[in-house]
Write a protein that binds this ligand. Structure first.
Ligand code: AMP
Length: 332
């Protein structure tokens, strides 16, 4: 039940109130249901033993080999650390669906551009370890950049075409190449049966699905719903950069996207009208600078001329130096 709503789109039908009810239920589940429901489910899962912290690739490979030889399934959650409830929701889903849970914590230099926040990205390995241990993670993998990109490293994995060039790809042209490269490397090291990603980074999840299909990775990509703060802002490690004033302003993203949903429910099908309405709301907040507001096909990430089928409405907005993302998916 929970995941039916969480993974389903907002379905359009003539019954407006039903759709709004679905949308509200989804928001309610985001706000308060995740922790409760997941910890209830977790009770069936007793700790699998003490969490093992692994730094080296060889040690990880040995552990994975041993697990596989016993026929156990592996759920994998790649992260950049500084964990929050969004990450934990992925870990809990992996815990519920697999025998063994592996989480990686690695701030991947390859996905940061020269003007990005690689050096200042928040890090707290001890806190991350404690949180992972509390979620009964089996293997916490903390590789070093030298181990993953040793001197002379020159091999990259790239999903080509518009999928990686639009939305975030426009202002961060090498970002997705960095993401697919590290995720492919981690998939090779962890050999997961299932890998868990967040809908908050919708374009990333779509690009990874494409890579998995094109490169025949033998695993299932599971995309989990966006976990939000009580005021609607999507949880993100980067939220810690926001000043108190910016933090107060940031929920405008969610409000604008919610209004877009309401417009669609009422029958609006013109992406330009939807986009302009979102832009107007965000422009109304002093200090919010739009990177993009896009209405795209949910599979190809290409701009749509009319709302039809699975549509992603995605926004990226800068508050000072901090760039926040949010999106909604609708099935029209
Ligand atoms: P990151 O550490 O930011 O690279 O994120 C690691 C994974 O967690 C990615 O698959 C993200 O999409 C996912 N994630 C980050 N924030 C959230 C959130 N608020 N809700 C759900 N998933 C999230």
């Amino acid at each position: 039940m929970e995941y039916f709503f969480l993974t389903s789109m907002v379905h359009y039908s003539k019954n407006e109130s039903l759709i709004l009810l679905y949308a509200e239920m989804i928001v309610d589940i985001f706000k308060e249901g995740m922790t409760q429901n997941n910890s209830a489910r977790n009770e069936a899962w007793k700790p699998q033993g003490k969490m093992q912290t692994i730094q080296s690739k060889s040690e990880l490979r040995k552990a994975i080999k041993s697990v596989k030889s016993k026929g156990k399934t592996i759920g994998f959650v790649p992260t950049m650390g500084f964990l929050h409830q969004g990450h934990l929701s992925l870990i809990r889903r992996a815990r519920a669906e697999n025998d063994i849970v592996v989480v990686s914590v690695f701030v991947n230099p390859a996905q940061f551009g020269p003007n990005d926040d690689l050096d200042t990205y928040p890090r707290d390995a001890q806190r991350d370890s404690d949180l992972m241990a509390a979620e009964t993670v089996d293997f916490a993998f903390f590789p070093t950049a030298d181990a993953l990109y040793p001197k002379g490293y020159i091999t990259y994995v790239e999903v080509q075409g518009p999928m990686t060039q639009v939305l975030c790809g426009r202002s961060r042209p090498t970002h997705f190449r960095g993401v697919t490269t590290i995720v492919a490397k981690l998939f090779n090291l962890v050999s997961p049966d299932r890998a868990y990603f967040g809908q908050k980074d919708a374009q990333q999840a779509t690009v990874i699905r494409k890579m998995v299909r094109d490169l025949d990775f033998d695993l299932q990509v599971v995309v989990c719903p966006t976990v939000r703060e009580a005021d609607g802002i999507a949880m993100s490690s980067r939220n810690t950069y926001l000043t108190p004033g910016q933090r107060t302003d940031a929920p405008v993203l969610r409000r604008a996207l919610n209004d877009a949903t309401k417009m669609i429910v009422k029958g609006e099908r013109n992406p330009v009208v939807i986009r302009q309405n979102i832009e107007k709301q965000i422009d109304g907040v002093e200090g919010a600078v739009i990177d993009y507001v896009s209405v795209v096909n949910g599979h190809s990430m290409e701009e749509v001329k009319t709302l039809n089928g699975e549509v992603l409405i995605a926004v990226a907005v800068k508050f000072g130096a901090t760039r926040l993302l949010d999106n909604i998916r609708v099935e029209v």
